[in-house]
Design a protein around this ligand. Structure first.
Ligand code: SAH
Length: 430
């Protein structure tokens, strides 16, 4: 029998050798069909350039191929409307002044959005009636529209499928636990990293999200909680994890600005603790180093999924560029710079990466480090040949990591019945 991973064909990944950050691979024609008018990564405020000239027949950055149309069709990059959450406070003030309003209105608007979670003019009674509409229209445009809402766990897990102004689909999930509320957010519409077990990876990248499109997912959850619409009484978002659709470090500038907006105090931002924010990455080494230099207290999660390059090259294709040892060295440098424990994500896939020897190899790589392993039972994507590990294999994996002194937990599988795994809801909508 041919092993499934041997027949899987990865996508091409381009790298910007100067920044070391992978450029967004342009969507293939069948993906462009799903993306409709949405442009690729260049649509975002931070556009990443291709390292080399595109191959013949390949669309260049900023272009998409329209199926059925001969030759290349250029479309202007789709850029989300400007929103207050895209801007630091001084630029908000300048934007308000540009509308002929006194600059202090920027702070009033910001309190409404980041502190009261509203962008509705009729809920802003401290603003003169005649300026409310102009201010909200110009600085608080609606960026996300909910298409579907799926709820489970008695209403304490809620997954929302959103569409953006240009029809791109993104997902966010709210998970309420007894002691915290975690919002899992998307940083890109789709993803270019091509991990074969991930629904988002299989669908490819549509475009980067803007800072405000990321922040708006959290504000929407905060509003539901504040309004008492999540069982358990009124509450707040305490944690944010960048584990929805997309590779956050491939949309670096927008994600970093979003982290600042989420964690700066009201009115600059939402006032969530930096320690309660987790950025999860496939392991883009230069971007990890850049994040370490920001000296934030956010947690870094590394999606490792295999301790050896041979297997990781297939499960996380970007490993062909940055090997396991390089990714782990970057993670340890991050831990040194920030004092934060590294979270290693490892999806347990039956007979693929769950062997006892791999647990031992992983344990030996991690022993003695400031680290925690999160084992995630694989949530199979539709049509996948892969499935979660057998309970005995999972138990043995845990036991062997613990024998190396490595702290490990098996992640709870909330939201499975609502297509909880990354990208599954958007995939089924497509
Ligand atoms: N691109 C980032 C963040 C998004 S995915 C990253 O890779 O870290 C968040 C986590 O869910 C990653 O660890 C990812 O590998 C994992 N994941 C994706 N699809 C999964 C699936 N079908 N079952 C279990 N985990 C999955």
């Amino acid at each position: 029998m041919v092993h499934p991973i041997l027949v899987w064909q990865p996508q091409k990944i381009f790298y910007n050798e100067r920044s070391g950050v992978p450029a967004q691979p342009s969507p293939s024609p069948d993906r462009a069909a799903g993306a409709q008018a949405a442009g690729p990564g260049s649509a975002s405020p931070v556009s990443l350039t291709l390292a080399s000239a595109p191959l013949a027949g390949e669309p260049a950055a900023g272009e998409i191929l329209i199926p059925g149309v001969k030759g290349r069709t250029r479309r202007p990059a789709a850029k989300p409307p400007r929103h207050l959450a895209d801007l630091p406070m001084d630029e908000r003030r300048a934007a308000v002044a540009g509308l002929g309003q006194p600059p202090f209105r920027a702070s009033q608007l910001s309190r409404h959005f980041f502190g009261r979670y509203t962008d509705q003019a009729d809920e802003m009674s401290d603003l003169p009636r005649d300026s409310r509409d102009a201010l909200t229209e110009s600085l608080l445009p609606q960026l996300l529209t909910a298409d579907r809402e799926l709820v489970c766990d008695g209403g304490t897990t809620r997954k929302t499928l959103w569409h953006t102004f240009d029809g791109a689909l993104v997902e966010s999930v709210l998970m309420r636990y007894p002691d915290r509320v975690t919002m899992c957010v998307s940083s890109q519409a789709g993803c270019g990293m091509a991990c074969p077990f991930c629904a988002t990876g299989q669908a490819g990248l549509t475009r980067n999200l803007s800072t405000a499109e990321i922040v708006a997912q959290v504000v929407a959850g905060a509003r539901l909680l504040a309004d008492g619409e999540v069982p358990g009484g009124p509450g707040r978002v305490s944690n944010v994890v960048f584990m929805g659709m997309g590779e956050p470090l491939a949309n670096y500038a927008a994600v970093l600005a979003a982290v600042r907006r989420l964690t700066d105090p009201v009115p600059e931002g939402m006032g969530i603790s930096q320690r309660s924010v987790t950025v999860s990455t496939v392991g883009l080494v230069p971007a990890i180093a850049r994040l370490a230099a920001e000296r934030l207290s956010v947690t870094l999660a590394v999606s490792l999924h295999a301790p050896d390059d041979e297997l990781r090259d297939t499960l996380v294709p970007v490993n062909r560029r940055w090997k396991v040892s390089e990714v782990l060295d970057a993670a340890w440098a991050y831990a040194d710079a920030t004092g934060r424990r590294i979270s290693i994500e490892y999806a347990l896939i039956r007979d693929v990466n769950d062997q006892a020897w791999r647990a031992d190899l992983l344990g030996s790589l991690l022993a003695g480090r400031l680290v925690h392993v999160n084992l995630i039972p694989l949530n199979p994507t539709p049509g996948s040949k892969w499935t979660a590990s057998r309970p005995e294999a999972q138990r043995e994996f845990v036991r062997r990591l613990e024998a190396h002194g490595v702290p490990v937990t098996v992640r709870d599988t909330r939201g499975r019945e609502i297509d909880g795994a990354c990208g599954q809801l958007a995939a089924s909508a497509r």
